[in-house]
Write a protein that binds this ligand. Structure first.
Ligand code: C2E
Ligand code: SIN
Ligand code: SIN
Ligand code: FE
Ligand code: FE
Length: 370
């Protein structure tokens, strides 16, 4: 990435373009413009911008066509694309996400949202460029840069996870608690014996590092669903469920892009895809059953639900530990692997302690608990 990031604005409305141009220039970005889809593609190929802000309804080539071309070309696929459109319906949103859009804003929107999205996506792009650079040097010189590369990957993971959190403000210290809960459960499962050989130190380290990525796919869910302060309709929940596929696919393509397999990214992929599968086969997205569900995802499921239950969400208040425990207990063998539930019971005190230790900041759940 250049010193001053390049942003391409593709919009056929002169007034919109001017507004964005002034705003983004004032923030210190280099801004290029295109007034139709074809111009946009020419600009992309010629100048390789760091980020693209793309309108859907445009003459000659529309935004979907442009998106399709950008995301199918290996040279431009990594450039983040933020779709800006007046079309607020779910179908347009799904179409854009399926074509590879990185974010989606519906007009009219607060321009400071755009600024926040641009910042986050540029951070990811920068980390990605950095990883690529290290990878290239590694290939060229066969140097011992592996340590640095691993560090870069860890930073990338944390940045990605934080991005998802940023869209989902109610979750607060969720990630920190999740990885602690998961570590307790995994250590206990090892102690209990059944997976003693399977769970080694590396496994525990991997699951601790990768579990924060479980909901990364929520970045692809529109705000009006993600942040809805009440119960989701069945249609909305269908879209919500896609966070598993969006997240799993994103990690899968990150693995393919990087051209190397790491046990930790592989586990992150399993967890993102499968953390809403249920032991009795009634979960999503694949309806996997029992031990067909990767162990890492079975562990994450218990930690995730315990944390969702004991935290406040936009759509619900926090439950007390005793209530959460009741629910988890009644779901052993239905939602959850009974073995993981047993591990939870064996280490119950630590869950209570961790919940206190990593309490949500600014959360009033002490008062609101029911
Ligand atoms: P999340 O808030 O992180 O919740 C994770 C999982 O915890 C849920 O997966 C569910 O299995 C469990 N859970 C959460 N709250 C409750 C509860 O009050 N009772 C019980 N028995 N279980 C609970 P699920 O249902 O597949 O939902 C996945 C994600 O979809 C949730 O993640 C949340 O982001 C969203 N979501 C689910 N229901 C609603 C809703 O009614 N409104 C909104 N705005 N979002 C929802
Ligand atoms: C896949 O890896 O593509 C399938 C889902 C999984 O088991 O993680
Ligand atoms: C894991 O993610 O736990 C490895 C796969 C498996 O348990 O089947
Ligand atoms: Fe989830
Ligand atoms: Fe979660």
């Amino acid at each position: 990435m250049k010193e001053k990031p390049y942003i391409l604005i593709a919009d056929d409305e002169d007034a919109n373009r001017k507004l964005l141009l002034d705003f983004l220039t004032s923030l210190g970005y280099n801004v290029m413009e295109a007034s139709n889809g074809q111009e946009a593609l020419e600009q992309v190929l010629k100048h390789k911008p760091d980020i693209i802000v793309l309108d859907i309804n445009m003459p000659i080539l529309d935004g979907y066509e442009v998106l399709k071309v950008i995301k199918s070309n290996p040279d431009t696929r990594i450039i983040p694309v933020i779709i800006i459109t007046g079309l607020g319906d779910n179908e347009s949103h799904i179409k854009a996400v399926e074509l590879g859009a990185d974010d989606f804003l519906i007009k009219p929107f607060n321009i400071h949202f755009l600024r926040a999205r641009i910042r986050s996506l540029l951070t990811i792009k920068m980390l990605y460029d950095l990883t690529r650079k290290y990878q290239k040097r590694l290939e060229e010189n066969n140097l011992e840069l592996l340590n640095e590369l691993v560090k870069t990957q860890e930073i990338t993971i944390v940045a990605l996870a934080k991005l998802a959190e940023f869209r989902d403000p109610e979750t607060g210290e969720h990630l920190e608690r999740m990885r602690e809960y998961v570590r307790v459960l995994t250590t206990e499962l090892k102690r209990m014996g059944k997976y003693e050989k399977y769970i080694d130190e590396k496994y525990i380290e991997n699951i601790y590092k990768s579990t924060p990525l479980h909901d990364i796919g929520k970045v692809g869910i529109p705000d009006h669903i993600l942040l809805k302060p009440s119960k989701l309709t069945p249609d909305e929940f269908e879209i919500m469920k896609k966070h598993t596929i969006i997240g799993g696919d994103a990690i899968k393509s990150a693995i393919e892009e990087a051209g190397m397999q790491t046990s930790f990214l592989d586990m992150a992929k399993h967890i993102a895809y499968n953390h809403h599968e249920k032991w009795d086969g009634t979960g999503y997205p694949f309806g996997l059953k029992g031990e067909d569900i990767p162990l890492s995802a079975r562990i994450t499921a218990v930690a995730d639900v315990y944390d969702a239950l004991t935290s406040r969400r936009v759509y619900k208040d926090a439950y007390r530990h005793e209530v959460a425990k009741e629910i988890i207990s009644s779901e052993a063998g239905k939602h959850f692997d009974p073995e993981v539930v047993e591990a939870f019971f064996n280490r119950e005190e630590e869950f209570i302690e961790l919940k206190e230790k990593y309490k949500d900041r600014f959360d009033q759940s002490d008062i609101l608990q029911k």
